[in-house]
Design a protein around this ligand. Structure first.
Ligand code: NI
Length: 170
């Protein structure tokens, strides 16, 4: 078990596109996932992408229960997703508040597609496909954005809806 430091906004590595995983059987991938789980749990995150701990690979984890930062996140099943792809099922976007372990202390309101189908692979290399709506769809879009070097403030359309979580009245 190892809790890794989370890179913070301003670090150029968070702006890079990550590479696809090609070797599923490697101990490197299972070690990475273990560190990601430990790191997400330590910070009570709703999700974590490998580039946030400085590993430029297309690996995200999200969901699980007992999340104090996001009371609604219990509805999102814990998922480890490799080489994800998102297909938009509904072009409607909905505003919702987000935070990010790479943007600590802040929250912003971000428009996201309300319904998506995501696909990808399990750490064992088996194909996953899932339809997600609402908060579940939001978390997946947020995490997959990290793989393309996008942090949620870059998706915001109204920066007046951005502030410190201990000041905002949410
Ligand atoms: Ni994030």
């Amino acid at each position: 078990m190892s809790i890794r430091p989370v890179l913070r906004m301003g670090d150029a590595r968070l702006l890079e596109s990550a590479a696809e995983v090609t070797d599923f059987a490697s101990g490197e991938l299972s070690g990475l996932l273990q560190d990601m789980r430990d790191t997400m749990q330590e910070h009570s995150g709703a999700g974590l992408a490998a580039p946030q701990i400085g590993v430029p690979l297309r690996v995200v984890i999200f969901g699980g229960c007992e999340n104090i930062r996001y009371p609604d996140s219990g509805v999102v099943p814990y998922t480890e997703l490799i080489n994800p792809h998102i297909e938009i099922l509904d072009e409607t976007r909905e505003e919702g508040w987000e935070g990010c372990l790479s943007v600590p202390g802040l929250r912003g309101e971000v428009p996201r597609f309300v319904a998506i189908r995501y696909s990808g692979f399990t750490p064992e290399g088996e194909r996953i496909e899932c339809v997600a709506e609402g908060f579940h769809a939001r978390v997946v879009q947020h995490e997959v954005d990290h793989l393309d070097g996008i942090l949620y403030p870059q998706r915001m359309t109204d920066l007046r809806r951005f502030g410190f979580e201990d000041v905002l009245d949410l």
